[in-house]
Design a protein around this ligand. Structure first.
Ligand code: NAP
Length: 329
């Protein structure tokens, strides 16, 4: 048995039956785990709700290589590197493009899984190749961006959880840089906007709104921002004046789930030692000694109350792991 409480940022009491630390690609090629297994990076988007009766396979692969090409810088990074440290390192080397994605928690290997994005930039824009070990069929695979089937916070890796252990991601960073500043608060930065100014503003904003998981355990945004039809939005606007939405296509919009939770008066909600973060209602926090069952109960309560008023079904963004693997709310 291995304690998992320090291996996921929500820090719920939990253990796993077996634990494999992957520090070299050779570790993977000899791996034949019994089901169930769970692939873990930094545990910032995972909540172990109870003891997991399986094998946790932890990505501890390290290494960053930088190669200059005529129009790009190629950055090849091992999956177990920390995402924000990579963004900071590139910033200090004046390699620009990822500054909008500063301070997103998690590992580099997890970045393509969710196609992480923030403030108008998605990681898929810079990915050249993802290298992964197929844990089920035991072979190497190489994914171009189209093979990755990237969508909004989505990819082929997310669609087949547990199959692909991402060992390496290579990024092509264009030497010609264009700032992306159309999201608030970056649209208020003084001209000419620099990559350093974006990096600093994103960090300042995230620190103001999001609790530091090393102080207040949490797993970032707990629910996805839901996409609804324009007709559904019209109904919502009559019930909830000022509802925040952004266009996705001619017929659909994305709703700010945090706004819904906040404006339905659920900010003060808590179950036992799990509560809603007062500064950004999309984040649920462990107020100390929380149990997995309390997190599930609070998440279900929020889901039910949002659905009752809006007809919108919030889906968790965080992966919830029970005794036999992934569970739904
Ligand atoms: P926020 O800034 O309050 O935004 C809430 C929602 O509104 C998001 O869905 C965001 O779009 C959307 N939005 C805001 N301004 C927009 C614009 N000008 N045009 C189109 N859509 C707009 O969100 P937050 O929770 O404080 O997070 C800050 C940023 O970090 C957001 O971009 C958020 O998506 C991102 N984030 C990413 C992850 C992840 O990758 N796993 C986790 C947490 C937060 P987007 O969804 O397109 O950003």
């Amino acid at each position: 048995m291995r304690d998992l409480s320090n291996l996921h940022t929500f820090r719920l009491p939990s253990q796993c039956r077996d634990f494999v630390e992957v520090t070299s690609a050779d570790n993977l090629m000899t791996l034949e785990p019994q089901e169930p297994w769970y692939l873990l990076g930094e545990g910032s988007n995972t909540a172990f709700i109870e003891d997991f009766h399986g094998t946790v396979i932890h990505n501890a692969l390290k290494g960053v290589q930088v190669d200059e090409l005529p129009e790009y810088t190629r950055v090849t990074v091992a999956g177990g590197e920390n995402w924000h440290e990579l963004v900071s390192q590139l910033r200090s080397m004046d390699i620009n493009g990822l500054e909008n994605l500063a301070l997103i928690p998690g590992s580099v290997g997890a970045a393509p899984v969710q196609n992480i994005g923030a403030y108008g930039v998605e990681v898929s824009q810079f990915i050249e190749l993802v290298t992964a070990w197929d844990v089920e069929k035991r072979h190497w695979a190489y994914f171009t961006p189209s093979d990755c089937e990237f969508g909004y916070r989505d990819s082929v890796f997310k669609q087949t959880p547990g199959r692909w252990f991402i060992t390496e991601v290579s990024f092509l960073m264009p030497k010609k840089w264009h700032p992306v500043t159309h999201y608030a608060p970056l649209n208020e930065l003084p001209e000419p906007v620099t990559a350093q100014a974006i990096f600093d503003k994103v960090i300042e904003t995230r620190r103001q709104k999001l609790p530091d998981p090393t102080v207040t355990p949490n797993a970032g945004s707990f629910f996805k921002n839901p996409v609804v039809s324009i007709e559904h939005l019209k109904v919502l606007e009559s019930k909830l004046p000022g509802v925040v939405s952004y266009p996705v296509s001619d017929s659909s919009v994305k709703l700010a789930a945090g706004w819904l939770i906040d404006n339905l008066g659920l900010k003060s909600l808590s179950v036992g030692n799990v509560g809603v973060n007062p500064k950004q209602a999309l984040v649920l926090v462990n107020k100390g000694q929380a149990q997995g069952a309390e997190l599930l109960a609070l998440a279900q309560e929020i889901q039910d109350r949002v659905y009752d008023v809006t007809g919108v079904e919030l889906e968790p963004e965080v992966r919830l792991v029970g005794a036999q693997g992934l569970i739904n709310l």
